[in-house]
Design a protein around this ligand. Structure first.
Ligand SMILES: NC(=O)C1=CN([C@@H]2O[C@H](COP(=O)(O)OP(=O)(O)OC[C@H]3O[C@@H](n4cnc5c(N)ncnc54)[C@H](OP(=O)(O)O)[C@@H]3O)[C@@H](O)[C@H]2O)C=CC1
Ligand SMILES: N[C@@H](CC(=O)OP(=O)(O)O)C(=O)O
Length: 340
């Protein structure tokens, strides 16, 4: 790429925003001017980019008219207010939050799965990235869906505290230290104690008994695959892990596919690191394998023991990198190369 583009990172001081900044540097993204934006809390702070120090500025006061690409890595309510302002000013918004994921005129993209959807960015000047669970599930399941068709996916997530941002990391660190010192804890941003515990309910429960986080997994998977017939039964669980998210899933398929065929298929698929189950230590964990890496790690591939045509998998991925920041930067790279 010869030309350069002016870039803004909204939420640059957060976990995802800082990872976007690092990917822009490490992947030699063709950046001209770079604007780092956050709330009044971080305004004036300095962040490193290559050999430069850049000052963080306040989002509310920023004029997007000279920006070409704006990465939004803020909570959904902040994206809802400011992403349309940026898009209307003429820049391409790539949003990591849940704010626009299900809007029919905003493409929802995992580059390994539906890069062609990026072509539709112009309807709102926006592209959304799915949540980190959906990114890893689809990176692993899209090759199987393309080969034999998916009917139904049952899954449980093992989500780290960093899934709710910096405050989740602080909460687990503080609770752990307090408990080890026999002190009282405050659940902070989690509904119950998360240190040395697991919490099988993220957010409010809807009338159907599922949480919004669980329903979003079905809706986002159906939107990316453009197939409302794929049903998803999800249970979302927060675990006392700082970074790295995992999913245990069983995918029922329209036609039989063996475990060996699944392994061959996934060995050739983009974005996957396949651990072949050939040895004792050949499985991935969120902390030991996935954290700090860019691939979706797939292991524990098994065929259903009963009569169902179904394949079970264990996935682990860095939620901040491929689960958000890398996905967003990949989307921008494809948009610049092919469409803008
Ligand atoms: N963490 C994860 O695993 C994943 C996160 N996402 C999504 O990415 C987004 C960012 O998440 P994450 O980085 O984890 O969150 P963090 O809490 O770590 O960071 C939030 C960022 O938003 C900024 N911010 C907060 N309020 C405002 C405001 N009013 N105006 C401007 N900036 C504001 C904060 O700035 P300040 O320093 O000033 O407070 C900070 O830079 C969320 O929508 C999240 O759902 C998606 C997939 C995975
Ligand atoms: N918790 C989600 C991130 C997300 O999408 O959050 P929210 O639904 O609150 O915007 C994830 O790890 O993928």
């Amino acid at each position: 790429m010869d030309r350069v583009v002016n870039v803004a990172i909204v939420g640059a001081t957060g976990l995802v925003g800082e990872a976007i900044l690092n990917f822009i540097a490490s992947r030699a993204f063709p950046v001209g001017e770079l604007h780092l934006l956050a709330s009044e809390r971080s305004a004036g702070n300095s962040m490193e980019f290559s050999d430069r120090h850049l000052k963080v500025r306040v989002l509310r006061d920023f004029d997007f008219s000279a920006v070409d690409v704006a990465f939004f890595a803020v909570d959904a309510d902040v994206s809802l207010e400011f992403a349309p302002i940026a898009a209307d000013a003429g820049c391409l918004v790539i949003d990591c939050s849940s704010a626009f994921r299900l809007e029919p005129d905003v493409p929802l993209v995992v580059p390994e799965v539906n890069p062609e959807s990026i072509a539709d960015y112009g309807m709102r000047n926006m592209i959304s990235c799915p949540g980190s669970q959906v990114i890893q599930v689809l990176t692993a399941l899209a090759p199987i869906h393309n080969e034999v068709g998916l009917d139904r996916v049952s899954l449980s997530t093992y989500q780290p505290v960093s899934g709710v941002g910096k405050q989740g990391v602080e909460a687990l660190a503080k609770q752990t230290a307090n408990l080890l010192n026999a002190r009282e804890i405050d659940p902070q941003c989690f509904t119950k104690q998360i240190a040395f515990n697991v919490i099988p309910k993220m957010g409010d429960v809807l009338e159907n008994g599922y949480t919004l986080e669980e329903m979003r997994i079905q809706w986002e998977i159906q939107k990316v695959l453009q197939d409302d017939a794929v049903s998803v039964d999800a249970t979302c669980v927060t675990v006392p892990v700082f970074f790295g998210t995992s999913v245990s899933l069983c995918a029922e398929t329209k036609a039989y596919i063996s475990a060996d065929e699944t392994k061959s298929l996934l060995a050739q698929a983009e974005g996957i690191d396949l651990l072949n189950d050939s040895g004792e230590s050949d499985f991935a964990t969120p902390v030991t394998e996935a954290a700090g890496q860019d691939a979706v790690f797939v292991s524990r591939i098994r065929e259903d023991l009963g009569e169902r045509q179904a394949i079970s998998l264990w996935l682990s991925t860095d939620n901040i990198r491929k689960g958000a920041a890398l996905n967003a930067v990949q989307v921008a790279e494809i948009a610049l190369k092919n469409y803008i």
